[in-house]
Ligand binder design. Sequence first.
Ligand SMILES: Nc1ncnc2c1ncn2[C@@H]1O[C@H](COP(=O)(O)OP(=O)(O)OP(=O)(O)O)[C@@H](O)[C@H]1O
Length: 324
Amino acid sequence: MSYQEEESTSNITVICRFRPLNNKEKEISHLSCVSFPGPTSVIVSSQDQTPLTFSFDKVFSPNSKQEEIYEYSAKHIIESVMQGFNGTIFAYGQTSSGKTYTMTGDQADPVNMGITPRMITTVFDIIDNASENVEFTVKVSFCEIYMEKISDLLDTSKENLKIRENKNKGVYIADLSETYVTGDFDVHELLRIGSLNRQVGESNMNAKSSRSHSLFSLTITQTNVETFSAKIGKLYLVDLAGSEKVSKTGAVGKRLEEAKTINKSLTTLGQVITCLTDGKSTHIPYRDSKLTRVLQDSLGGNSKTTLIVTCSPSPYNESETIAL
Ligand SMILES: Nc1ncnc2c1ncn2[C@@H]1O[C@H](COP(=O)(O)OP(=O)(O)OP(=O)(O)O)[C@@H](O)[C@H]1O
């Protein structure tokens, strides 16, 4: 996916976040291959070519805090979901670039907490402070897409679930469990349990690498008890499987097949986002992967999307950083 020198249209915000160098990278070199000339651009230096400048709606350096990322990427999405629209936040990047840290982080630590737990808390703060005329119901689903198969992370007996579409529900996953919740504690607990069920594997670059795309969703229905008018907003929080160069991750056999499937679905996501942002495409290839098909109603139309591209600042990963 390439996002160079382009402004995003209003419904899709693309930000880029660099994590600090990790110990393995420091052993190779303490130097970073990136510099930040301004809040919306990054320069990636390379040994072989002239430095390249990339522009995003916002670029976050390795010093950035979880709270800043949340404020910029997520707050406007919650407002939109509470008005009855759909919203999606993705983290996209190379293995070990900080996707899970950005999306989930340390749920128990207020400083290192990622976007998802912060959003959960905010949603229930808004509900608690809403007018008494409005009744809310909130339901949670959590699934993963692994090797193009959808499994329920909140009920592990449900595997290979099918995608369906009808006029009332739009595109949905048949039989996926939906758990009604009454407070943020319940949702944090479901997030914790579901995360433990996620497919992980070991690669050369990350001992607990996420090999699936995980999709955590909150559906919020608000009914005005005087007028009986209702609005429904759906929020998807998506932690994508790592994009990677197969040679570097040491993938063979099953891991190689995983990597190919992951890279194919990420390519489709890139194509869908490019079609949505260029404003010219008449055909959007949602059906080319399960991920984009499931998210069809949450990517196009009136929905709001933030794509967070996570990157390593190390020269060791410079070619992947440029490729993103
Ligand atoms: N911004 C950051 N600040 C501090 N530590 C970070 C940051 N981003 C990532 N890390 C740390 O780097 C390691 C790898 O991050 P993480 O697991 O989030 O990567 P990932 O992109 O989700 O990888 P994978 O695709 O393999 O699952 C973790 O130990 C994480 O805590």
